[in-house]
Design a protein around this ligand. Structure first.
Ligand SMILES: *Cc1c(COP(=O)(O)O)cnc(C)c1O
Length: 361
């Protein structure tokens, strides 16, 4: 999978990330390497997995133009305390993966290519998730394909893979109750994806659209029943991806050049997959834009509400010499993500454009 030799299915992406980081610790055998370099704006499950693995997050800034890791900020880190670097590839947009991989090699640290949102994307012809030492995929809500929960790791053969293999084989079996609950939720979830319902449902207290920081998740094997759901969708991955890319291209065409909206730059060599389509608005317009789109039945979101440096659970664990991450803070205040899934009605991009023109006027 993703050009790597071996793959493991784990209960969730965050559980898989915890396992991968613990395997890095065992393989490196260097007690000074207690930090993991992670992007300043990414899913809160990433710093949570770092904490769960008994490690310390070291934030590096992101470039607001491309949402990729800012290489200057990454280069300034003291790598003597770093165990590994984690990419983000948010919204299926490939980060500067060849540069991040080169920097990891140069400093003798691991790289985890987080493709939780980027299954099917590639960079210079190589699958995202296939860069670095280990790749991560998620089948949670809102990912490219979903069984509501699930994760996978890929790695090339070697001592890190051996360590992941032993840890994965020793995991407890999937909880029957959790698996059944998830299976029962699946039909309801596919209904909720319809944008008109999504806006309403997002306000109900069922956890959809929320961004919690939690570290007490189960770390188990993936259930065979859910793996069946994933494998049926994997067969249609190209088709699902092509539909999302088509919607993203339509959005890009109508929103391009609109005063007050800034498109996110796609890096040279990148083929994105767009589980969502991100754009940047001025902080003063952002919330009104999201609520106006929501009111019109378009499931727009402001994505993760804060840069990690502003999340209290993360902030209290940062190293004392953590540098500021202004790029990540800017993105948190400006980003709007738009839906690209198969239920988006024909012409929805024009509705979005008209609303944007009104709000930004
Ligand atoms: C969703 C996500 C994860 C965690 O995956 P789960 O399956 O939800 O635990 C990790 N990284 C990124 C970038 C994600 O979007």
């Amino acid at each position: 999978m993703a050009g790597q030799d071996e793959a493991w299915l784990i209960s969730t992406g965050r559980a898989a990330m915890t396992l991968a980081l613990e395997a890095m610790k065992l393989t490196a055998r260097d007690p000074r390497r207690v930090e993991v370099a992670i992007p300043g704006y990414t899913c809160y499950s990433v710093p949570a997995a770092v904490e769960r693995a008994g490690l310390i997050p070291r934030l590096c800034d992101i470039d607001p133009g491309s949402l990729s890791i800012d290489l200057t900020s990454l280069g300034k880190i003291d790598f003597s305390r770093v165990l590994g670097i984690v990419s983000a590839n948010l919204y299926g947009l490939p980060n500067a993966l060849p540069d991040i991989e080169a920097m990891a090699r140069e400093h003798g640290v691991f790289m985890l290519d987080d493709a939780a949102q980027a299954l099917g994307a590639s960079m210079l012809g190589r699958a995202v998730g296939g860069y670095g030492d280990v790749g991560l995929f998620s089948f949670d809500k809102g990912k490219n394909i979903t069984s509501l929960q699930g994760g996978a790791l890929v790695a090339s053969a070697g001592s890190l893979a051996d360590s992941i293999h032993s840890a994965s084989a020793a995991l407890p079996a999937a909880s029957m109750v959790r698996t059944m609950t998830t299976i029962l939720k699946l039909p309801a979830y596919s209904l909720l994806l319809r944008p008109a319902l999504y806006g309403i449902i997002r306000r109900l207290p069922i956890g959809l659209g929320l961004t919690p920081y939690e570290t007490d998740y189960p770390i188990e094997q993936f259930s065979w029943a859910l793996a069946g759901v994933v494998s049926r969708q994997l067969e249609r991955l190209e088709q699902i991806g092509a539909g999302r890319v088509r919607n993203a291209e339509r959005l890009s065409a109508v929103l391009d050049g609109l005063v007050g909206l800034q498109p996110v730059r796609i890096l040279p060599g990148a083929s994105p997959v767009y589980p969502r389509f991100p754009v940047l608005a001025a902080p003063a317009d952002r919330d009104e834009l999201v609520s106006s789109l929501d009111a019109a039945g378009i499931g727009a979101t402001a994505s993760y509400p804060s840069a990690l440096i502003e999340v209290p659970e993360v902030a209290r664990r940062l190293p004392h010499d953590q540098a500021p991450t202004p790029g990540a803070c800017q993105v948190a205040r400006r980003i709007v993500t738009l839906p690209t899934h198969a239920y988006c009605p024909p012409g929805y991009e024009v509705t979005i454009r008209n609303i944007a023109v009104q709000v930004l006027a």
